[in-house]
Ligand binder design. Structure first.
Ligand code: FES
Length: 105
């Protein structure tokens, strides 16, 4: 096994009924599947690992994703965004600006 260059953590947490939005209920599994298929198509599965993780914080903005080692935090990510994240960021090295977390001012 070789260590990957990047880790993509996708929040898969589910909150109790009535406790608000959660990434698990918001399509995290579909996103992980699409990311993995795209990485397979691009031959990047040795260089990039995708993992589900617990709550990343801003549940109401999910599905939330963080990419290391850069620490790029994405919000409101859907399965339809997987190709752009793979092509632009994980393959091309440039974060997808339109999906980046914006600090509240
Ligand atoms: S449930 Fe995903 S950030 Fe909290």
């Amino acid at each position: 096994m070789t260590l990957p260059e990047r880790h993509v953590f996708v929040c898969i947490a589910n909150r109790p009924p009535g406790a608000g939005d959660s990434c698990g209920a918001g399509g995290a599994s579909d996103l992980i599947e699409r990311l993995q298929f795209q990485l397979l198509d691009e031959g990047l599965t040795e260089r990039v690992r995708v993992n589900g993780c617990t709550c990343l914080g801003p549940c109401e903005q999910g599905v939330n994703v963080v990419v290391y080692p850069e620490g790029v935090f994405y919000t409101r990510v859907t399965a339809e965004d997987a190709d752009e994240i793979v092509q632009r960021h994980l393959k091309g090295g440039e974060p997808v600006e339109r999906l980046r977390f914006v600090e509240p001012s």
